[in-house]
Design a protein around this ligand. Structure first.
Ligand SMILES: *Cc1c(COP(=O)(O)O)cnc(C)c1O
Length: 235
């Protein structure tokens, strides 16, 4: 199938999953996970209707930005961000979805203050409680969310999760737990400094289930662009 056909298929599936859950399909936005894709492919995806690109690697993103590859689409940073690379990301993306530590949050606030802008962020939650993964534990989300209210250059927009490798139930349990956490934080953070309406979860293998459980952003790579080379073989 062509890229255009894949994109149409994913949009159709997204709308179907939303309707199955009694949701308005307009509540859910596709973020195309564009890691390892060329400028040409990313441009074609945007031309075919991809509204937001999600990038993992600072170096790749910087190169694409220099070529103005993302013109016509929004840009989210979705990968692991080291504090020493914050300068290359803050103010250059519409949203940093992967804020998984207080240390990183503070670095973002500092850089955004320096640039005199407000950076939209999501808190990345380690919903599976996996030791190998970064992210804020569910039990600490409220505390960190409250901390963002003291940071004038950071605006908390919601939560993001990369659940454990899908099990039998396609991560439904984790998606449901994330949705409950999201609703809870949304209720507790009613404040001028925050505008919480984003729940980012679901990838190629499980975005329909994530939408049924309440996702507002799905991050999809393989289902749009086909398989990537195995991790570790890339620069
Ligand atoms: C690559 C990536 C995705 C998309 O994964 P696919 O399985 O290819 O859809 C989503 N989120 C993050 C953070 C990613 O790095």
């Amino acid at each position: 199938m062509s890229l255009e056909e894949n994109i149409r298929k994913v949009f159709d599936n997204m709308a179907q999953a939303a309707r199955e859950a009694g949701r308005d399909p307009g509540e859910v936005t596709l973020v195309a996970a564009t890691k390892v894709q060329t400028d040409e492919t990313i441009r074609a995806a945007i031309a075919a209707g991809v509204p937001i690109c999600g990038e993992n690697r600072v170096q790749e993103m910087t190169a694409h930005l220099e070529s103005d590859t993302y013109a016509g689409a929004g840009l989210h940073f979705i990968g692991h961000l080291q504090t020493n690379k914050v300068r290359q990301v803050v103010g250059r993306v519409d949203m940093i979805e992967s804020v998984g530590s207080v240390h990183l949050l503070e670095a973002i606030e500092k850089q955004a203050a320096k640039l005199d802008l407000v950076q939209d962020i999501l808190l990345e939650v380690n919903v599976g409680g996996e030791e190998s993964k970064s992210g804020i534990l569910p039990s600490q989300v409220e505390e960190v969310a409250r901390l963002t209210l003291t940071m004038p250059h950071v605006r908390l927009r919601g939560l993001m999760a990369i659940p454990p490798v899908a099990g039998e139930d396609g991560n439904r349990r984790f998606f449901r737990e994330m949705y409950e956490l999201y609703v809870d934080i949304k209720q507790k953070m009613v404040d001028n400094n925050s505008d919480i309406n984003c729940l980012s979860m679901g990838m190629s293998g499980d975005y329909m289930e994530a939408i049924r459980q309440g996702a507002t952003l799905v991050r999809v790579g393989t289902a749009l662009f086909g398989p990537r080379p195995p991790m570790g073989t890339q620069a």
